[in-house]
Ligand binder design. Structure first.
Ligand code: PEP
Length: 258
């Protein structure tokens, strides 16, 4: 069975004090639940090192929200993979719809970033998902296929152990509208089928596919109970321990249920 993974994407939120406090509370809750699920928090860049300090002694991993693909050098404003691992990052979120939509990131650039991260010891939470108009026009699978093929181009099976896919329908991100368990399971099964065709069943069975899009305490358990939903990428509800804690508890309950 794949181990459930819940990651909090703090986006451009918190400040130094509130970020440290939140990290401490997440670490305490994860420790209280025991070593039954994987947990990560992804704070803004300026707070990575301080948050890492707060996570020490817990199993909660640190993630960043972006990375550049080149080696350290003359790239003003960018951050290299080595810098993230240096401050203790285990994960980086790539392909997020906000970066695709607002910053114009294309599959080709995302692919270079994934290749750079996985060539070092950095795990990737690779986000894909369709727009509302795509779903309404029955183009969901075509969009997912294009994003998977583009983002994972030239990456062989050996690096798939470092990659987690996050299915995040754009219409569900930050909207309060959640994909139904059936919609999530359908998309996740399609993604696993694509991975199977590309990498074979053994590799595809080991890849975790997270759901993201308005995950909350009251919908986490049903979503996480779907056979191909292996965790959650949580935005808004990861910003307070009061909301994130119950999502971790739901994941732990699903893990115990097998
Ligand atoms: C996200 O941005 O990755 C996300 C899932 O956000 P939210 O949970 O707020 O919909």
């Amino acid at each position: 069975m794949r181990r459930l993974f819940v990651a909090g994407n703090w986006k451009m939120n918190t400040n130094l004090a509130s970020g440290k406090e939140l990290a401490k509370a997440v670490a305490a809750e994860a420790t209280r639940l025991g070593d039954v699920i994987d947990v990560a928090v992804c704070p803004p860049f300026p707070y990575l090192a301080s948050v890492k300090t707060e996570l020490q002694g817990s199993k909660v991993k640190l993630g960043a929200q972006n990375v550049w693909f080149a080696a350290p050098g003359a790239f003003t404003g960018e951050t290299a993979v080595e810098m993230l691992t240096d401050v203790g990052c285990s994960w980086v979120i790539l392909g997020h719809s906000e970066r695709r939509q607002i910053l114009g990131e294309k599959d080709e650039l995302i692919n270079k970033k994934i290749a750079a991260a996985t060539s070092e010891d950095l795990g990737v939470i690779f986000c894909i998902g369709e727009l509302l108009e795509d779903r309404q026009a029955a183009r969901t699978e075509a969009v997912l296929e294009t994003q998977l093929a583009g983002g994972l181009a030239n990456l062989d099976a050996a690096v798939m152990g470092q990659i987690v896919i996050a299915y995040e329908p754009v219409w569900a991100i930050g909207t309060g509208v959640t994909a139904s368990p059936e919609q999530a399971e359908g998309a996740h099964a399609f993604i696993r089928g694509w991975l199977t065709k590309q990498y074979g069943a053994k590799v595809a069975d080991g890849v975790r596919i997270l759901y993201g899009g308005s995950v909350k305490a009251d919908n986490a358990e049903i979503l996480l109970s779907q056979p191909n939903v292996d965790g959650a990428l949580v935005g808004g509800a990861s910003l307070t321990a009061a909301q994130f804690g119950p999502i971790l508890q739901a994941a732990a309950k699903c893990a115990a249920a097998g």
